[in-house]
Design a protein around this ligand. Structure first.
Ligand SMILES: [Zn+2]
Length: 214
């Protein structure tokens, strides 16, 4: 029962990622350099004593010229400047990746040094953190990878605050902030400063995970 049951409990989301595939006669280092230059829309650049020049010749094809100093032939030969020309083709491809909510949430928790429990719930909230039991509850589905990551990171933000302050103190401060918001005619949850802090944390940290493979 074990493994099958575990699979049933997890939910998946298909993540679509666009990746660039380079084909042509280039070394791994050259491909890395060319990819970065294309991403930054650079036409020329220098890496490790080699100058790179990239020319867009249309249809996803590029001409790469590398210029570097090479040792000449024979004893006492002088160094010569050589040009190497190569053509490469770049294709944009879509990579489909299945994201297991439980697995990814566990990985994120590890990244932040947390050992919180993860529960797959059915609640109407996107996510929930219960400090008393150090438990993060997630929904069985999310509309996008970003919303899923934002949710997990938001709850991680709460878990980190609870860990830092201690559970009792955190709950006390959280309730105080809610009471304060309520007193000011604001929403005790949405306008709670600890909620805003968790949301800021999520917005900042999500950049590390977007467009990454898990
Ligand atoms: Zn929250």
């Amino acid at each position: 029962m074990g493994k099958f049951k575990k699979m049933m409990e997890h939910s998946y989301l298909v993540n679509e990622m666009k990746i660039k595939i380079l084909s042509g006669h280039l070394t791994a280092l050259d491909k890395k350099v060319v990819k970065q230059m294309l991403n930054k829309k650079m036409e020329s650049g220098r890496v490790k004593k080699t100058d790179y020049f990239i020319k867009d010749i249309g249809g996803g094809k590029y001409e790469i010229t590398q210029r570097k100093m090479d040792a000449g032939i024979g004893i006492g030969a002088r160094k010569v400047l050589r040009n190497y020309k190569s053509k490469i083709q770049i294709k944009e491809s879509t990579l489909l990746e299945r994201i297991d909510y439980y697995e990814v949430a566990s990985k994120l928790l590890r990244d932040y040094g947390l050992k919180s429990n993860i529960k797959m719930g059915t609640g109407k909230n996107f996510g929930e953190y219960v400090p008393e039991t150090d438990t993060i509850t997630l929904r069985p589905s999310y509309p996008s990878v970003k919303e899923f990551l934002m949710t997990v990171l938001h709850e991680i933000g709460h878990a980190l605050d609870a860990k830092r302050l201690g559970v009792k103190k955190y709950i006390k401060k959280y309730v105080q902030a809610g009471t304060m918001a309520n007193y000011q005619g604001l929403d005790p949850h949405d306008d709670n400063k600890w909620e805003e802090k968790a949301e800021r944390f999520a917005r900042k940290e999500v950049k590390k995970y977007l467009n990454k493979r898990f």
